[in-house]
Design a binder for this molecule. Sequence first.
Ligand code: MN9
Length: 289
Amino acid sequence: MKGIYSALLVSFNEDGSLNENGLRQIVRHNIDVCGIDGLYVGGSTGENFMLPTEMKKRIFSIVADENKGQVNLIAQVGSLNIEESVELAKYATDLGYNALSAVTPFYYKFTFDEIKHYYNTIINSVDNKMIIYSIPFLTGVNMSVDQFGELFENEKIIGVKFTAGDFYLLERLRKAYPDKLIFSGFDEMMLPAVVLGVDGAIGSTFNVNGKKSKELFYLAKEGKIAEALNLQHEVNDFITDVLDNGLYQTLKGLLSLQGVDAGYCKRPMKSQTEEMKKGTEKIYRKYFA
Ligand code: MN9
């Protein structure tokens, strides 16, 4: 399960319906062009929290079908509707997903006991493994080293996608749970995360920049820190430009310029404006032409 996973982008039509053919093209691009080790499906980058259950299922199914067993697949099934999470967990498990993931339940200030109940309920309903999706800057949910440990007591909870800049916490988790999988979630902080011993990385920008990010990851893993840092600087010039122009809109725009039908975003998220399009073209010329 280790390695570089794209947090998969999803293509939508202008009316918010799923662009199935576009989604297939994004999967192919990730595998054939970016050469990633796996796909993380239904995460933030997949605009998942704005989608109805049936569409989430359709996405899991299309990705599995297009992947044809080529790379590892992780299905993010977390939701504030726990019955939906269980339903999605069963569905993705039946499709052969290698692992599940679930965002920490957000919006309400859930107690740790409630969070623990959520994870155990989802993963104990299926024959599969769970990777906690921790992203405190969007969820507001912060867990301590001991609380992660309490979740990890369930052997089916095998790891965490750590999307945070708290490297002290990351180091403490690495030391405390050497057998659990830790995935770095911020692409722009991959190098320090690898130095602290993460097993992989899951990120949105890999849909476009997967090759270089993968090179960075394995250079850092081999201890070639100076070379890896040069690449991180390069990668971060790109990420900074993308973030300034609008993250998902720009990534989709860059794919479209490469002939991948990455489509529109799902409302309430707006799609590329004319100004963003110009910005995207500039980024394309700077890094890809
Ligand atoms: O899955 C992604 N997180 C979000 C991880 O999109 C919220 C990251 O890959 C970031 O998009 C990326 C840019 O900040 O590091």
